[in-house]
Write a new protein. Structure first.
Length: 201
């Protein structure tokens, strides 16, 4: 999850910049981000789909399930000990509206600058194998539950947000933030299960 590498950890502002489609680009293809970021570890790879699920794009029918499946696949690779993430070409070819994504990133960037003041490499115990496995399991669980939670309006936001927080912690090497994401995911599992049971009852 936190592979030893020469690059310094990224800031949240830098991560958002990598997510932002280029000017005059009408369609954003997932592979464009993947090609740039795949060597930076699993954090950025989990950040993009979870961020998309937290935007209005995530309200489009089918998107939560698609994002959840992508997150699940990436998280399973962490558990399997892969050094670099891999996704099938069909997932890499997925597209979304570039204008929508560009606008959302621009809106979040000012907040990201303020948040970056508090994001620092710390809580290095979170890099230990047991902690890595815990975070990967939480991400995998969030991805899995996003599929059935699509039946409950807006409930998919909870696991997506939890993954986003964990991904930010992974990307910035801030174990404290990753731990917050783990806590949100555990609470989300309980709340989501209750809501889903009520819908299916």
């Amino acid at each position: 999850m936190w592979v030893r590498r020469s690059e310094r950890s990224m800031t949240l502002y830098e991560l958002l910049g990598k997510m932002q489609p280029r000017t005059r680009q009408d369609v954003f293809v997932f592979s464009q981000f993947w090609d740039v970021m795949e060597k930076r570890g699993f954090g950025p790879m989990l950040a993009l789909p979870s961020f998309i699920a937290c935007t209005p794009i995530g309200a489009i029918p089918g998107v939560p399930s698609l994002v959840g499946g992508t997150i699940l696949l990436i998280a399973l690779q962490i558990l399997l000990g892969r050094r670099n993430p891999w996704l099938p070409q069909k997932v890499l070819n997925l597209e979304c509206d570039a204008d929508q994504l560009r606008v959302m990133v621009e809106k979040v960037k000012p907040t990201a600058v303020r948040i970056d003041r508090f994001l620092v490499p710390r809580c290095f115990f979170m890099k230990q194998p047991v902690s890595r496995s815990l975070i990967a399991l939480c991400c995998a669980g969030c991805g899995f539950v996003m599929v059935p939670l699509e039946l409950v309006p807006f409930m998919g936001l909870v696991p997506a947000f939890a993954v986003l927080i964990m991904a930010i912690g992974m990307t910035t090497d801030d174990g404290a933030v990753a731990l917050v994401g783990v806590s949100i995911s555990l609470l989300g599992f309980v709340f989501g299960a209750q809501r889903l049971a009520a819908v299916l009852a």
